[in-house]
Design a protein around this ligand. Structure first.
Ligand code: NI
Length: 410
């Protein structure tokens, strides 16, 4: 049961989010019309700073060329005792994709589109800043607003921001973020405790053999036959090395070599992805990957160049912080709007923050039942339901208030 004070605060957040919704939707549409690629979010950065300045929030000294960090100081903390900070993060970059939607606020930039909802994330965090600015007296600590650049392109913006001292300087004791998903109904959220998103590593293999006439294979060292065996042998990593209860994916997604019916080529290049949910298994699979490729290549008397480019780590949602977000979401949105989520094999650089600071990352529903089938993340017709902005900005705000109040009902 809510006590009176807490319910009043939830009601005030709901009311503020509802009032701000048209303004935040307009912010989102502006961002959608002027998308910028990873590491190039200069106009977006200026736009964020300008809106925060209107709220009376000055941006902190920059940690990267793009992106904004700002601190909203609450006025409701006790004078004695440790002052706490909670961080809320949004990513701000767009994708190299040509928009195919037909709504009235399509991207004006050729070949660039907010197709991952980062325009929504940015607008919602600005909305939360506005909601919380109006409730400073109730805010029992500080809120660190992190508008992070370059989530879409490795090495990502999270790691350089952390390396530049983000967490050491502002010392948040918890961090939260959300991501649009059209597979979850608008107005709802879905949360997962523990390993939520995968570590994603890029795989590159080049097989060097000896080319020649395809009628005389005995005079060649055939990289195509070797590649076929390597691909087949690599399947044992998921089926025989990874424990059956541990999610793992290994896909060779590209193979290139040869150009004629009667020529055995000298070289074959392959690429693929490896996804894991456990850092120990990840390390083991890296080792076995390299060994398998090299040893099968050796059996076929060809040479292998093997490269694994490590991507984002496993995104691990802190159990206690996820419980807190879950309870806050149930209070704020109602029981029927909060669902458990299965782990996903996608990757996110929010994972880096969670390695240093406990927190949680959840799916914000942006789907409608009548949504077109093409409404998928990273598709040219991605079109999230904007009403989710109200849900997302309100939940972020309420969670920050609740966390700073000691994580329990007021
Ligand atoms: Ni994204």
């Amino acid at each position: 049961m809510h006590n009176e004070a807490f319910s009043t605060i939830a009601a005030r957040v709901l009311e503020a989010a509802s009032k701000l919704y048209p303004e935040v939707a307009a912010l989102r549409r502006h961002l959608h019309q002027y998308p910028e690629l990873s590491y190039q979010e200069f106009k977006t950065t200026a736009f964020i700073k300008e809106y925060l300045a209107q709220l009376g929030i000055e941006a902190e000294p920059p940690l990267m060329e793009t992106g904004v960090v700002a601190l909203l100081r609450g006025e409701g903390a006790a004078l004695s005792g440790e002052r706490r900070t909670v961080a809320l993060r949004a990513d701000i970059d767009a994708l190299p994709l040509q928009e195919e939607n037909r709504h009235g606020f399509c991207s004006t930039v050729d070949g660039c589109m907010h197709a991952c909802g980062h325009d929504m994330h940015t607008a919602m965090l600005l909305g939360a800043a506005a909601v919380l600015s109006g409730m400073k007296a109730e805010l029992k600590g500080d809120v660190l607003l992190v508008f992070q650049p370059a989530e879409e392109k490795a090495p990502g913006g999270a790691r350089p921001m952390i390396e530049a001292g983000l967490l050491k300087k502002y010392k948040p004791s918890a961090i939260f973020a959300q991501h649009c998903f059209s597979s979850v109904r608008s107005g709802s959220v879905a949360m997962c405790k523990g390993g939520f998103m995968a570590a994603a590593d890029e795989l590159y293999i080049t097989i060097h053999g000896q080319g020649g006439h395809a009628s005389s294979p005995h005079k060649t060292r055939d990289p195509i036959l070797a590649s076929a065996h390597i691909i087949t042998a690599l399947q044992h990593l998921v089926s025989r090395v990874a424990p059956p209860h541990e999610p793992a994916v290994l896909s060779i997604a590209s193979i290139n070599g040869g150009h004629a019916t009667n020529i055995i080529p000298g070289k074959v290049a392959m690429m693929g992805t490896m996804r894991t949910m456990n850092e120990e298994l990840r390390a083991l699979l890296h080792e076995k990957f390299e060994k398998t490729v090299r040893q099968v290549a050796a059996a076929f008397d060809v040479e292998a160049d093997v490269e694994i480019r490590s991507g984002y780590p496993v995104l691990y949602n802190d159990p206690a912080m996820t419980d807190l977000a879950w309870d806050a979401a149930k209070e704020y949105l109602g029981d029927e709007k909060v669902h458990p989520s299965a782990p996903l094999m996608t990757a996110e650089d929010f994972a880096y923050y969670l390695r240093e600071c406990p927190g949680s990352f959840w799916q914000l529903g942006t789907g409608l039942e009548d949504t077109a089938r093409g409404n998928l993340l990273h598709s040219p017709t991605f079109d999230p339901d904007e009403h989710a902005l109200e849900t997302g900005m309100g939940l972020m705000s309420y969670l920050a208030l609740r966390y700073l109040a000691g994580g329990r009902e007021l």
